[in-house]
Write a protein that binds this ligand. Sequence first.
Ligand SMILES: C[S@@+](CC[C@H](N)C(=O)[O-])C[C@H]1O[C@@H](n2cnc3c(N)ncnc32)[C@H](O)[C@@H]1O
Length: 248
Amino acid sequence: MLKLLDDDHMRAGRSDVLVDLGSGTGKLCMQAFLTYTNLTRVIGIELSASRFSLGEAACMRLAASSSGIGGYAVAKRVPGELIILEAPGVTARRQLELRKGDMWAMRAPEIEQADILVMHTDFTQASVPHFKRVLEDMRLGCRFVTYQDLRSCWRRSEPPFQQLDANLDETDTFLTSWSSSRGHHLFCYEKHVATRRGYRLHPDDIEDSKENMGRKKRADSDEQPPEAGDIMEDGELTDDSGSEGEDS
Ligand SMILES: C[S@@+](CC[C@H](N)C(=O)[O-])C[C@H]1O[C@@H](n2cnc3c(N)ncnc32)[C@H](O)[C@@H]1O
């Protein structure tokens, strides 16, 4: 996790706002907030009620154990729905916000604020139009990480993002819950071409991308990350251990 946030990847040390779409138990959000005190706002959004609650409980524990030390305090809480933790910052108070909700419902103004977008969820075919909307709303220079190589969605037009130099080689791996010793190659990008609201992929690319997502899922049977499609009716993933097994 710390490798992902370093200067060669998500560059958290030189960023203000990190948004984690599919934040699970809030582990990455919490670690980023505690490690990078330059981050003024960290937002995590998670669909699973039980995973959100684990993150909520961790925030409560941090506030309870640090009163007077570090100054972490719960600024707002709607149990089971939302928690905002505050800490003193250089100029203003910093905020860690965990929410229960659908990441694809996140509004454009919040996506636009993000310097870093974490998308640690495997995309299904149905996710492609949602991802396209998020990409539209991202600011120029926003760095983001995904499980899949999303450039495969662009065949007839150029993607408005590029892979980070440090991430070009497949040996650039990150420890994950399903690959805790070897590590898994995640894809780290920077949006480098501005897109106007209403930016559209070439219609053929949209069809191709849907096809590619399906093909990738069938071809890679080993070491598959969890995906949105694995969510069961109650919003849980089949493995709900909450353990990410990362280098935290
Ligand atoms: C592998 S976990 C990543 C956790 C976190 N980003 C981290 O690194 O610590 C992926 C999470 O995405 C969540 N998820 C999947 N689809 C979602 C959606 N549409 N909205 C919000 N969360 C979603 C899953 O419930 C799961 O907890």
